[in-house]
Design a protein around this ligand. Structure first.
Ligand SMILES: Cc1cc2nc3c(=O)[nH]c(=O)nc-3n(C[C@H](O)[C@H](O)[C@H](O)COP(=O)(O)OP(=O)(O)OC[C@H]3O[C@@H](n4cnc5c(N)ncnc54)[C@H](O)[C@@H]3O)c2cc1C
Length: 465
């Protein structure tokens, strides 16, 4: 398809999903209009439509790569504003009771606050000549042909004003309004079926605080990621990010988010928060923040369930309409997958548009479901390790979790396994890459070796004590 054949596309929602969808569409449509409920804040500042922006946001390696592909030079632009290059060897991953082996490869990510990342992506997007944004407008619903077979635009209203409802027409409308998307309801109202939904209740809570980062903290390392394991399922991250607005770019901050499953929540007062940090599977986050200077209050967030909507299974869907990003799938945030999946969906959308617009929704939803499949199943299988999380633990799920725990234990001693594991969690490699014979062999050998060493160490300890 060329720009001449398709005219106007509306993207509803200007968060990471909407911005990346708009960027991919800008190569194919003459005019892209992004409609956002919020007024855009100053770069680096939070806004109410993205409450999760106040909490730690890790950008996976694959996500940084995809965003850089859409906006060449953006990594450097963000670094110029204080974002910190994330060399894997400067990050510490505490998983399954121990730290992963130090890595020595040159995979580099980016540590940046969510508001700054979004602001820079938005600035680059809106610099494209065929993209514009309408802020402060609430989309109320869809406009369709009389027979409801085709979406032809949206109805919206200016917020905080007494103005009338307006209509904007388009050849394509994309819903990127996040997890709370009204698409299932809008579709039902038009006489279509709702997509089938899958939910895994995790009841994750985050409590977040910002601190001043000092050069001596963590010997200069830039992140600690702590995953829970039986019997302590508490989780936490401490991630370096750019300093707040108005502070020298030589300074930086820590963002600390800690929490747990099934309502296990870090208290919203200083002493209780620090006590919770101390109770994580490792005390390294606690040791870093206990004397650090707080830069914010304690900010809570509750995430009830991972939620996937299977639009690809619908047999009928109106033409001229797509759903995108978290509106398709909202992942347990501890795996930091949402923005990267949105970027990969944007690439999938371009691949679909390369084949034209015929049957676009069906083709896109199938492509998006392939993007979502791996991160979804990795997250769900991992969540099912937590005994209180409800869900079917098939033999395959139990086998996968048994193998993954052996792999993680082995990766604490083995550089190759640590890199293989991090490549999968960063969506740089498929989970199947951990099932190659060479990897399985290393996992088994390391575990056998470690087990054979344990009694010997035990004996030594009892002799010396
Ligand atoms: C606590 C938490 C932590 C997270 N951490 C990470 C992380 O570490 N790494 C990562 O990659 N992802 C993370 N995520 C996920 C990530 O935030 C999302 O995947 C990402 O923002 C993409 O979502 P989205 O743009 O599809 O939807 P959203 O971010 O929810 O944005 C929806 C947008 O639509 C607008 N909108 C809604 N309704 C309307 C309407 N009717 N009219 C106009 N505008 C409307 C909203 O104002 C908003 O701007 C986290 C999520 C949570 C909840």
């Amino acid at each position: 398809m060329t720009k001449e054949t398709a005219q106007h596309v509306i993207v509803i929602g200007a968060s990471m999903g909407g911005l990346l969808a708009a960027r991919s569409l800008a190569d194919y449509y003459q005019q892209v209009t992004v409609i956002e409920r919020d007024i855009f804040p100053l770069p680096g500042e939070n806004r109410s439509g993205v409450p999760q922006g106040r909490h730690a946001h890790g950008l996976l390696l694959k996500g940084r790569e995809a965003i850089e592909q859409f906006f060449p030079g953006i990594t450097q632009e963000l670094e110029n504003q204080g974002a910190i290059p994330a060399h894997l060897q400067e990050a510490r991953f505490f998983i399954n009771g121990g730290y992963l082996h130090d890595t020595d490869n040159d995979l580099t990510g980016l540590l940046v606050s969510r508001p700054l990342l979004e602001a820079q992506v938005r600035q680059r997007l809106l610099a494209l000549p065929n993209v514009r944004a309408i802020e402060n407008c609430h989309v109320l619903g869809l406009v369709t042909t009389k027979d409801n077979t085709c979406v032809t635009g949206v109805k919206f209203i200016q917020r905080h004003s007494s103005s009338e409802e307006e209509i904007l027409n388009a050849d394509l409308v994309v819903d990127a309004t996040g997890r709370g998307s009204k698409s299932p309801t809008w579709l039902t109202n038009l006489g279509y079926q709702k997509p089938e939904e899958e939910q895994i209740g995790v009841d994750i809570s985050y409590t977040t605080r910002l601190y001043r980062r000092q050069p001596e903290h963590l010997q200069g390392d830039t992140a600690i990621i702590v995953s829970g394991a039986a019997p302590n399922w508490r989780v936490g991250v401490l991630i370096a990010q750019e300093a707040e607005n108005g502070v020298s770019s030589q300074e930086s901050r820590w963002i600390v988010s800690i929490g747990g499953y099934m309502g296990d929540r870090a208290p919203l007062e200083e002493a209780g928060f620090l006590e919770f940090a101390k109770s994580l599977p490792t005390q390294d986050i606690y040791n870093t923040i206990k004397n650090a200077q707080p830069l914010s209050g304690l900010i809570p967030y509750k995430f009830p369930s991972s939620l996937r909507r299977h639009y690809e299974k619908l047999r009928k869907f109106p033409a001229g309409y797509l759903v995108f990003g978290d509106a398709i799938c909202s992942f347990n945030p501890i795996y930091a997958q949402g923005m990267t999946v949105a970027a990969l969906e944007a690439i999938a959308l371009q691949n679909c548009l390369n084949q034209g617009t015929d049957n676009l929704a069906k083709r896109f939803f199938i492509a998006a479901s392939k993007v979502v499949d791996c991160p979804w199943s990795t997250a769900v299988i991992s969540d099912l390790r937590v005994p209180q999380v409800q869900g079917k633990r098939s033999l395959m799920v139990r086998l996968m979790n048994w193998y993954t725990s052996k792999l993680q234990t082995a990766a604490q001693q083995d550089l190759v396994l640590a890199i293989a594991f991090l490549s999968v969690t960063n969506l740089m490699a498929a989970p199947s890459s951990l099932m190659g014979l060479g990897i399985i062999f290393r996992v088994l050998l390391r575990n056998l070796w470690q087990q054979s060493k344990l009694p010997a160490i035990g004996k030594q300890l009892s002799v010396t004590s």
